[in-house]
Design a protein around this ligand. Structure first.
Ligand code: ATP
Ligand code: MG
Length: 279
């Protein structure tokens, strides 16, 4: 794994024997662990105590996880269970044995075809999540995992809670990673699959240019950019990025969701055309 941060701070969490820390993010700490009931290797995320905004949020996730458990797709991590007991809230899911896209982009050399294949797999995973009626809500490189064989697995999907919660508690948008957030979420509107297309656009911009569209530190200015600033064309930032691919990324980043792609299937098909024209 890319971010083996060493030995866990505790040996056991519920019935799981903790093996090592895989990473620490804004939402929690992720451990590689063994399920002592059946010997299965799993990834378990222990959420920060501040992650859940209220009891409704916890209830929402517990309900969603019941549905996630039935998800079956090669490009989506398999979720096993959500635990809400004394030691804290945990999400138990399939352990993915390769690096994440963040590591990949920082460590692997530029390869257009390879990156287009990764994009196609992300599109497949997202389309599946959308067809199940969910929005990922936090699509970004560290939530795109790889198996050792290079199969993409999307993780951390739909942890923000349902629409009802968002209506009651507009703070939901503050939980989306600011660098990847869609303009409509900055405006505190409802997240839709097209918000994921925008976040994937930011991810793609990084994959094919080496930087995010708005590399700024100031949070308010970053939100202003998402709302009002047109990013530089990717082919200008990186001359190795084909112009038509840059056009696709720009379309994903349109401010108005209606001007983005219809869905991730359509996006995948357009990307396949770009890949083919260069073989
Ligand atoms: N199912 C998994 N299998 C293997 N490694 C995982 C799994 N889920 C997460 N990880 C690893 O743990 C790291 C930390 O994940 P985590 O979700 O806590 O942080 P993040 O994605 O960087 O930020 P955020 O908390 O905003 O999602 C990831 O970058 C990934 O390398
Ligand atoms: Mg994550």
């Amino acid at each position: 794994m890319s971010q083996e941060l060493g030995l866990p701070d505790r040996a056991q969490l519920y019935r799981f024997k903790l093996d090592r820390i895989l990473g620490r993010g804004g939402t929690g700490t992720v451990y590689r662990a063994i399920d002592t009931d059946n010997g299965q290797v799993v990834a378990i995320k222990l959420f920060h105590s501040t992650f859940f905004r209220n009891r409704l949020h916890i209830r929402d996730i517990a309900r969603s996880v019941k549905k996630f458990r039935k998800f079956q797709h090669a490009n989506v991590t398999h979720v096993f269970e959500f635990i809400n007991e004394d030691e804290g809230q945990c999400l138990v899911e399939e352990y993915v044995d390769g690096p994440d896209l963040k590591w990949y982009l920082e460590n692997r050399p530029w390869n257009l075809q390879e990156r287009l294949v990764i994009m196609a797999q992300i599109c497949n995973g997202l389309q599946y999540i959308h067809e199940k009626g969910f929005t990922h809500h936090d699509l970004k490189p560290s939530n795109v995992l790889f198996t050792r064989k290079g199969v993409v697995k999307l993780t951390d999907y739909s942890l923000a809670g349902g629409h009802l919660l968002a209506l009651l508690d507009p703070g939901v948008y503050e939980q989306v990673t600011p660098m990847y957030i869609a303009p409509e979420l900055v405006r505190r509107e409802k997240a839709t699959p097209k918000s994921d297309v925008y976040s994937l656009g930011v991810t793609a911009y990084l994959m094919f240019t080496g930087r995010v569209p708005f590399p700024v530190d100031n949070l308010q200015y970053l939100y202003h950019c998402h709302l009002h600033v047109r990013p530089e064309h990717p082919a200008v930032v990186n001359p190795n990025c084909p112009h038509d691919l840059g056009d696709v990324i720009m379309r994903m980043l349109n401010k108005d969701p209606a001007d983005r792609f219809e869905d991730c299937d359509q996006l995948r098909i357009v990307l396949a055309g770009i890949g083919r024209s260069r073989i």
